[in-house]
Design a protein around this ligand. Structure first.
Ligand code: FE2
Ligand code: FE2
Length: 240
């Protein structure tokens, strides 16, 4: 059904196939029609891709020069690969791994909406982040009274994304510690951090430090090296 719908829209279908053949999935030019893509990826993953493309075509963020749609896509796709592999590494089931991957692909869509509808405020937010080094979601909360995580979650409920996935997105900057239990929102929190940490946007800049105090508070310090390893191997393969 998702494949049929997508194939009726030529523009959407071409974009979808370009995505499916991108390094994100590792098929590299082998998928030539949307119904084959659904067979290979599953309906849920295809739905997440359709929603992502729809969001990218609705929200252009043109009033915020610092914001780049291409960077957001790359960050989302790479974070999604890391989240999927961390979930598999932690022994989560097939459904939970799919949810981790979908939530990571969609986790920052709220930024797209805020940059489009609140461009002046978002320019101020980015300026304050640059000047103070504070975390984006904290400054969003101060200026707008909400965060991209909450706004994105609200939008995705309206667009029919499953509530389990929406909950992960809503809490991706504020995961709760659950003793030794690994939660989906914690996996996305780490996947997001590792993606930022391991991606060198400008080679003349040093990598940002990982917030060890935050890891301590979440009770996962002993796992960091293993997870970092999983994330690093994931990105090597992605960039390969
Ligand atoms: Fe985020
Ligand atoms: Fe992110």
């Amino acid at each position: 059904m998702v494949g049929d719908l997508a194939s009726r829209d030529v523009g959407m279908s071409a974009k979808l196939l370009a995505l499916v053949n991108s390094p994100y999935f590792g098929f590299r030019g082998k998928v030539v029609d949307t119904s084959r893509a659904v067979v290979l990826l599953g309906a849920d993953a295809m739905f997440a891709l359709v929603v992502t493309l729809h969001a990218f075509s609705c929200f252009k963020a043109e009033g915020v020069p610092e914001f780049s749609l291409e960077s957001l896509w790359n960050h989302s796709a790479r974070t999604s690969c890391i989240a999927k592999n961390l979930a598999a590494f932690e022994g989560l089931g097939k459904e939970a791994i799919g949810q981790a991957s979908m939530a990571a692909l969609l986790h920052d869509l709220g930024k797209l909406l805020l940059c489009t509808d609140f461009a002046d405020e978002y320019n101020r937010i980015l300026e304050e982040v640059r000047e103070t080094g504070r975390v984006v979601s904290e400054v969003e909360k101060k200026v707008l009274g909400t965060t991209h995580a909450q706004v994105g979650a609200y939008l995705l409920v309206l667009w029919g994304i499953p509530s389990e996935v929406v909950d992960i997105i809503a809490n991706h900057h504020s995961p709760k510690a659950l003793g030794n239990k690994v939660s989906q929102e914690m996996l996305l929190f780490w996947a997001n951090l590792f993606e930022h940490h391991l991606t060198i946007v400008n080679p003349s800049c040093s990598q940002p430090e990982l917030p060890m105090l935050r890891f301590e508070a979440l009770g996962v310090v002993e796992k960091i090296e293993m997870w970092r390893d999983v994330a690093s191997r994931t990105l090597e393969k992605y960039d390969g």
